[in-house]
Design a protein. Structure first.
Length: 90
């Protein structure tokens, strides 16, 4: 008889909730952007913009570790058992 084997894997992921989006917009609005207007070269201006944007992006949407579990089911587990097990909390 085969048993169910669970393997956990941790991945980095960002959470894009409405609260995080609002925080990001608020941070961008508070930025003065003066450094952009002081540079005359296009590539330099883009680099400054990307640095500022990326900085606030990582603050508003930080990486978090999330546990993923893979379940390898035996052939004897029916569709009905799988549906019922989704309703149960382990």
């Amino acid at each position: 008889m085969k048993t169910i084997v669970r393997k956990c894997k941790k991945i980095k992921s960002r959470k894009y909730s409405e609260k995080c989006k609002e925080k990001f917009v608020c941070l961008l609005n508070k930025e003065s952007w003066q450094e952009l207007f002081q540079t005359s070269e296009v590539n330099s201006t883009l680099h400054v913009f990307m640095d500022i944007f990326g900085y606030y992006f990582t603050i508003a949407f930080p990486y978090k570790l999330i546990n993923l579990s893979k379940t390898y089911n035996s052939k004897w587990i029916t569709k009905g058992i799988k549906i019922s097990s989704k309703k149960c909390v382990f």
